[in-house]
Ligand binder design. Sequence first.
Ligand code: C5P
Length: 323
Amino acid sequence: MSVPTAEGEPAEGDGHVSAPGGAASVTVRVPAKVNVQLAVGAARPDGFHDLANVFLAVGLYDEITVTPADALRITCTGPDAAQVPLDATNLAARAAIALAARHGIDPRVHIHIAKDIPVAGGMAGGSADGAGALLACDTLWGLGSSQDELLDICAELGSDVPFSLLGGAALGTGRGEHLTPIDVDGGFHWVFAVADGGLSTPTVFREFDRLAEGTDIPAPTAAPALLAALRAGDPTALAATLANDLQPAALALRPSLADTLAAGTAAGALAALVSGSGPTTAFLVKSAAEAALVANSLLGSGTCRTARVADSPARGATVVEGP
Ligand code: C5P
């Protein structure tokens, strides 16, 4: 196999020995997410915020392929590959290092990320790569970790990483890492408008703190009506209850997002909101046909870089090629 890398060099075929399980490589597919409710509490002493974070996995995917190598390295392809760090700050590298450390082995692996999830867009693309690399390395190295063991490592890596592993729909509490799965009866159709450039999650949370200064911030709770709409697979009811407490902060930092939200609503979306910390905006629509129409209108509006359609809920991290 020859994988074109961000630097354009061939990545494989360099005389690797097989992993203990005998696999030459393992590929894991991991979905993006949208937060259908993101209720944010006051900043905690550790700098994080308590959340009631209702996650929904959506069908835009990164694929993580791990192959035995002489040393840990990362490559990335995809339209936004140039924005992905290829050093040890990448969550995929940190996942491989954390898993290897737990088992006293060397993380000698080449991690290739085929990136389709918008980068720094509020869709947990980095978290997806962390969860995907973790499952892929666990499979490649034949470790057979339980889901709970993997979820523990995910929580160390970042607040959204456990959900990327789990997928489906779930309520996240604490800083978002304690998950309670939610059964969804049916599915939802979405359009995502991808903005130019990213937004830094810590910066958006700091802006939330600044906007909230001097006000009483209630403890975050999930709205019963939203949870009921999600369980019932009812898009009209879900549209009426979508809520993101980070949206005012994202709009303050990127005022042009208001034009994108307005363009999607004018095109017939049931509801519009900023996805997580943004700047991707999410539009709930009633059908796949409607999604195509809204995506075309958004593209024509000139208020976004690109528009993507996706269905939900999507499966969590899944081995699609392996031993
Ligand atoms: O957990 P993660 O590394 O993804 O968080 C990135 C940043 O987002 C944190 O450093 C923090 O600034 C902010 N954050 C927060 N409260 C959360 C989750 C994230 O303030 N519950």
